[in-house]
Design a binder for this molecule. Structure first.
Ligand code: SAH
Ligand code: SF4
Length: 365
């Protein structure tokens, strides 16, 4: 059994079965999530027989690192992990500011106030599934199809992997986005269990507001998420302002149309009072005209939101092209004139296929 799949109670139960005193649970928890240990030998505060038992019954790594690649500018790293059943997933680290210039960052303070500035931002983009069942036409993960859900421990382990790497550089992860391979709301329970684990104040203690979860627009789950009143940021992949165009890009729109998605978003904002983000991949001649921007603005009217547009990243299975800089600026301008805040996101790691929608879990990508 993977140790990162255990919540604290399950870990305590196992230790009880092994006739270990209860405080051992806390020691192991701290070892895993505060000291970031990933092998039984590192737990030098435990007895040798207990360490041996842990080694015999529990696994400490759900994957092997197949390969990692750094972008030419050195700001982005993509790691390809091979899971125990040979499925492949990817996770990406994006550094902002000067990587060498991080005086405030200390390994023991993942949620320190000092890290708020973008300068020291270290954003991790992690996967929740191997492949994806949603089939969005412009997304490399969608193009590969669905393999399987990740367990909560497999999601958590991606974060801990990068946290260890950064710790060696005296840095910490400052933001986590669930925007890698897969649809997080299709794997709702495991995704939330992973977030809860990482958020645990007695463990990794990663602040809820530093997570962003992105969904293709699964309406029942958006409503459930709203009811749970979590402090996590929510982003919705919209990409089109009318149902015919959205169905052509995102087949899930046949099941949940734009009206239903936006209604669920209004419900989310009413329940949580949190601003919602809409993601928009700008595709030349498809969804990047000022007219589309106006249609979008009228749909979003009165909703506390923000549009995050990004020029489309290339994938082998889709012929659409990225919008030009000028058209992107005009799209933003039209939205803003209609009262909807919009930012054009920087594209990252395109040279190593680490950009949004480019993760395909194969070595050649
Ligand atoms: N399944 C979730 C999260 C993973 S995808 C979702 O779809 O929201 C993360 C973001 O990348 C989504 O907004 C998705 O629509 C976008 N995306 C997919 N393919 C892309 C591409 N080729 N270029 C730019 N963004 C893309
Ligand atoms: Fe899945 Fe998101 Fe890609 Fe769509 S964009 S196929 S939901 S990962």
């Amino acid at each position: 059994m993977l140790i990162y799949d255990l919540d604290f109670l399950s870990l305590k139960n196992i230790l009880e079965e092994w006739n270990e005193p209860t405080y051992r649970g806390k020691q192991i928890w701290q070892g895993l999530y505060q000291h970031l240990y990933n092998s039984p030998e590192q737990f030098t505060n435990l007895s040798k027989p207990l360490r041996e038992k842990m080694a015999e019954h529990l696994t400490f790594s759900p994957f092997n690192v197949k390969v990692y690649q750094d972008s030419k500018d050195g700001f982005t790293r993509k790691t390809l992990f091979e899971l125990s059943d040979k499925n492949l997933i990817e996770a990406v680290l994006m550094r902002y500011g000067d990587p060498a210039d991080n005086p405030q960052i200390t390994a023991s303070a993942p949620d320190s106030k000092n890290l708020r500035g973008a300068k020291n931002r270290r954003t991790l983009c992690i996967s929740t599934q191997a492949g994806c069942a949603m089939g969005c036409v412009f997304c490399a993960t969608g193009q590969m199809g669905f393999k399987r859900h990740l367990s909560n421990g497999e999601i958590v382990a991606q974060v801990l992997y990068y946290a260890r790497m950064l710790k060696d550089e005296n840095q910490v992860v400052t933001n986590i986005v669930l925007m890698g391979m897969g649809e997080p709301f299709h794997n709702y329970d495991n995704t939330m269990a992973a977030i809860d684990r990482l958020n645990d104040p007695n463990g990794y203690n990663f602040g809820a507001r530093r997570f962003t979860i992105s969904t293709v627009g699964l309406v029942p789950q958006i409503r459930r998420f709203a009811d749970e009143k979590r402090q996590i940021n929510l982003a919705i992949s919209l990409h089109a302002a009318d149902d015919v165009s959205r169905i052509a890009m995102l087949p899930i729109n046949k099941k949940y149309n734009i009206d239903e998605v936006i209604d669920a978003c209004r419900y989310y904002v009413s329940q949580t009072h949190r601003r919602i983000t809409f993601e928009w991949a700008l595709i030349n001649g498809v969804n990047d005209s000022p007219e589309v921007a106006k249609r979008l603005a009228s749909r979003l009217k009165g909703l506390m939101c923000h549009v995050n547009a990004i020029p489309l990243n290339p994938t082998t299975g889709y012929i659409g092209q990225a919008t030009s800089r000028e058209r992107a600026a005009a799209f933003k301008e039209s939205l803003q004139q209609a009262g909807i805040p919009c930012t054009i996101r920087m594209r990252r790691g395109i040279d190593i296929h680490a950009g949004c929608g480019q993760l395909a879990g194969n070595l050649s990508s």
